[in-house]
Design a binder for this molecule. Sequence first.
Ligand SMILES: [Zn+2]
Length: 194
Amino acid sequence: MITMITGRGNGKSLIIEVAQGNPGCLQFLMELYKLPNGIETILRLWKYGIKGSRAYQLWNDCCGRNAALAAEILEATDMEKLTEEELFHNIDQPRGLKFDIEEIRQREPIRKEGYLMKKHGMMIMGKVPKGACPECAMVHDPAMPHNQQSLAYQYRFYDQEGRWPTWADAMAHCTEDVKERWIAALKEKGIEVK
Ligand SMILES: [Zn+2]
């Protein structure tokens, strides 16, 4: 399920999406943001649907407010050292359970590397809903622009181009008259397309 977000495609919009207005979670995400693998970790939270109070529980209860440990747990899940079931089992308790990190470290990874480290974001959106555009995961006429606000589109684009997409990118495949109509419509909403 792709959630529509407002605002520009950047790390902040992802944080808003994952935090779900939970102040404790936001604090956790800010801690993660300081880590070298912070964005990857936040993408993993998003990928596994661990948001708001559940993300807070992962950090606060399961990891004793150690953001680096939470990042390691999520990476271990990506490498399939830890199953999603195990991850969720520890989180979804009245009080989250601690992970035995020493034991998890000993496990043989099934995936040799966390792919998000190499490929920013896109594997997470492997599946798109039936009938939806494979680029932006939204249902739209292929002649029309992609939904520039779609997280799927933003991360797929980022993965390919190494920068966030603009509306000009989202309509690059459209005919001139479609572009003109969209540029005019966006201008009415106060969005300038260059
Ligand atoms: Zn599209």
